[in-house]
Design a binder for this molecule. Structure first.
Ligand code: HEM
Length: 508
């Protein structure tokens, strides 16, 4: 029999736990939402685990209105003007502890994981010129070289004919393209994903496997912090590993070390470098800071871009009329496919916008921001200071809102961007802008990503015909922060009159 002292202690502990839950629940009792979400984070964790958080949150908004409680201290809001106010450049909101998971290597911060506003603005000043291409980089040249590799890969391995079937999985190949493109932009070289036509370090597979776990950890920052401490930290990927993040880190650390010691990466290559890395170095980042910021460039830039490309092609294959109209525009405007050219093609731009609206690349990342100490009124309800508002969690719901986009909100219809009048367009742009976030929390790679998307869609639509291998279920993917694509197989044929890459490459 347990002694009465132990029983008293257990009873006191239980009472304390109940009081804590009650106090937390009471604080936000006026925010609508399912009752059980106010008591524990477990219902939210379950929704994350199911891989359908984007849809679940959309349903919650439909049921409870523009502001919904999703945890004891967590809410989401899908009112567009309110989200712009929270994210705005002068907003007093800060990153909430959720961003502990953005500390990618565990032993240091990136511009995305810094909580101290002053420290963050110093780092921002150091990295922004690199992301904006202000230090002599030619992002366009980098994108073109990556597209040339992709076209070469398709031409040499994946063209089907009447007698030969060579299925191409766009899910993985757009992943390879994006890693290599970001490699070009970040450190001036491709990483060989397209050249080897495989995930040679298993990084993409590892990342996809980790995303559901990372998404759940975001709800428990204390647990995320524990994983960065000894002994669990020993299990984290590190430079020198044979596979996964560690192997990829080793590749760019070699480039970083070589640049820092001012040796050219290859004996033949003595030209001055104009890439993000060189810009970061020029603005004063040291080896460790470069390691963290480069990890961010790759993780923030590759899967998001790949997802947008996958979405664009899935949408185009699902809407033959849109594909035909895009083709007509591309064929009728024969040009070099330069940025100056693709940026002025209205239907192409509308199609890229629309694909990102239907499938916003960051599909269900809560990206919590913390309400300032004095509290704030959101969508008509007072929210006390310290509450976490998941600004990212509402993006999918906003992008598919019937109130904003009409009854066909779920349909990929690029025409909506061309038919809208000035007032409607402003409202649509404000909602769509959340796909890349805005203000002080905006995506730093937006212009690069949009240019890459326009150029890739232009080149592939111009050169090839695509057919879904399984028309009933062309692709499969679920949501864990971003969309995690498992499969998207197509049959590719060369369009009549299109040359193979060996003869056409010079014209890219
Ligand atoms: C379609 C492509 C992309 C989408 C939809 C996208 C979306 C986003 C979103 C929603 C955020 C903000 C999160 C927040 O509220 O805190 C973000 C942040 C960020 N993105 Fe992107 N992104 C894309 C491509 C890229 C690329 C290509 C790069 C770089 C090469 C990049 C670099 C970053 C960085 C560094 C941040 C962190 C900004 C900060 O916290 O200050 N992104 N992105």
């Amino acid at each position: 029999m347990a002694s009465p002292l132990v029983l008293y202690a257990l009873a006191a502990l239980f009472l304390y736990a109940v009081c804590r839950v009650a106090v937390k629940w009471f604080r936000l009792r006026h925010i609508p939402g399912p009752r059980y979400h106010g008591i524990s984070l477990l219902p939210l964790v379950y929704k994350c685990w199911r891989g359908r958080l984007h849809e679940d949150l959309r349903k919650l908004f439909d049921t409870y209105g523009p502001i919904v409680r999703i945890g004891p201290n967590e809410i989401v809001c899908n009112d567009v003007p309110t989200m712009h106010r929270i994210l705005g450049s002068k907003s007093p909101y800060n990153k909430a502890q959720w961003f502990v998971i953005a500390r990618l290597n565990g032993d240091g911060d990136t511009v995305q994981s810094m909580f101290d506003k002053e420290q963050r603005s110093t780092r921002m000043a150091q990295v922004l010129p690199g992301y904006a291409g202000k230090d002599g980089q030619s992002f366009e040249g980098c994108i073109d070289r990556a597209i040339a590799s992709l076209v070469h890969l398709i031409d040499t391995k994946y063209i089907s004919t009447g007698t030969e079937f060579r299925p191409l999985d766009l899910a993985s190949r757009f992943g390879f393209f994006s890693m290599d493109m970001v490699g070009e932009v970040a450190v001036g070289q491709q990483f060989g994903f397209m050249a080897e036509d495989r995930d040679w370090s298993n990084i993409l597979h590892t990342y996809d496997m980790m995303l559901p776990i990372i998404q759940i950890l975001g709800n428990y920052p204390w647990l995320a912090k524990m994983t960065y401490r000894w002994p669990i930290s020993l299990l984290l990927p590190k430079e020198g590993d044979g596979t996964g993040f560690g192997a990829a880190t080793s590749v760019y650390m070699r480039v970083i070390d070589s640049r820092l010691s001012q040796q050219a990466p290859s004996p033949k290559d003595t030209k001055p470098k104009h890439d993000m890395l060189q810009s970061f170095i020029a603005h004063g980042l040291g080896r460790e800071e470069l390691k963290h910021e480069m990890s961010l460039v790759f993780l923030a830039g590759s899967d998001t871009t790949a997802n947008a490309l996958r979405a664009a092609f899935l949408c185009l294959l699902s809407n033959p009329a849109a594909l035909a109209r895009l083709r007509a525009e591309v064929d009728g405007n024969a040009g070099a496919g330069t940025s100056a050219h693709v940026n002025t093609l209205p239907y192409l731009n509308a199609a890229v916008h629309e694909a990102l609206r239907v499938y916003p690349s960051v599909s269900s990342s809560l990206f919590h921001k913390e309400v300032p100490a004095r509290g704030d009124t959101l969508a008509g309800r007072f929210v006390p200071g310290g509450t976490s508002v998941g600004t990212g969690g509402a993006v999918f719901a906003v992008c598919r809102s019937r109130a904003i986009w009409g009854d066909d909100a779920d349909v990929f219809r690029p025409e909506r961007w061309l038919e809208a009048d000035e007032g409607e367009l402003a409202e649509m742009e404000a909602a769509w802008g959340l796909v890349f976030s805005v203000g002080q929390f905006r995506c730093l790679g937006k212009q690069l990503a949009l240019l890459a998307l326009r150029k890739v869609v232009y080149e592939l639509v111009r050169r090839y015909d695509f057919q879904a291998v399984d028309p009933a279920r062309p692709a499969s993917f679920f949501s864990a922060i971003v969309w995690v694509w498992q499969r998207f197989e197509v049959r590719v044929t060369r369009r009549e009159g299109q040359r193979s890459s060996s003869t056409a490459m010079a014209g890219l």
